[in-house]
Design a protein around this ligand. Structure first.
Ligand SMILES: [Zn+2]
Length: 68
């Protein structure tokens, strides 16, 4: 397990966000507005995933760290 950077990051997008989602985070709930909340089990940091549309038929994940 590498060093967890969740506690020092504020936001990620694109490939970096995708990578974190795939390898590091666990889906825990949705926020009731169609967005998904993910948890980092190492740091107990929660992330909110938003989808941002790019171009005509593509979108990108944007992760924002939830403050506690
Ligand atoms: Zn983490």
């Amino acid at each position: 397990m590498g060093t967890c950077r969740c506690a020092i990051l504020n936001g990620l997008s694109g490939a970096l966000a995708r990578d974190l989602l795939d390898k590091h985070l666990r889906e825990v709930r949705t926020d009731g507005m169609g967005r998904t909340v993910y948890l980092c089990e190492d740091s107990e940091v929660e992330w909110l995933e938003e989808r941002q549309r790019v171009g005509y038929d593509d979108d990108v994940s944007v992760l924002r760290r939830l403050q506690h």
